[in-house]
Design a binder for this molecule. Sequence first.
Ligand code: ATP
Ligand code: MG
Length: 142
Amino acid sequence: MAIERTLSIIKPDAVAKNVIGKIYSRFESNGLKIVAAKLAWLSPQEAGAFYAVHKERPFFNDLVSFMISGPVMIQVLEGEGAIAKNRELMGATDPKKAEPGTIRADFAESIDANAVHGSDGEDTAKVEIAFFFPAMSVYAGR
Ligand code: ATP
Ligand code: MG
């Protein structure tokens, strides 16, 4: 499998619970390397633009309100099959349906406050990484 990069966001609920380190250790112990990272408090415009694919969905306004309710931790993860691997570590969108041992099963409360975001494919990963990080901010090795 190819080395990929994916965008991950630790959402306001998990940042407020002080579990950034615990979530990072799941990434690291499963072969994902953090190659860019920043803490940010998104504006409504930024959160709306990031989740623009969902703008026609009934939950869009709640999703944006939630994503701006506190700071988020945004990172680029790199590793073998990183996109699918991160989705597997995250678990299902609804934490009640997430496999035991996944990030959402362990740290999330509800489908709204579900602890993490992860890109869902190669194309979205590229667009989402570029949305938050200019190329020079992503560690590319020496
Ligand atoms: P994310 O994009 O945040 O990684 P996801 O890919 O698992 O999550 P999406 O279908 O992309 O799920 O939905 C984006 C976000 O919108 C979800 O994380 C969730 O918080 C919210 N959401 C999705 N479906 C619903 C729903 N039926 N009701 C309420 N909120 C929802
Ligand atoms: Mg999604």
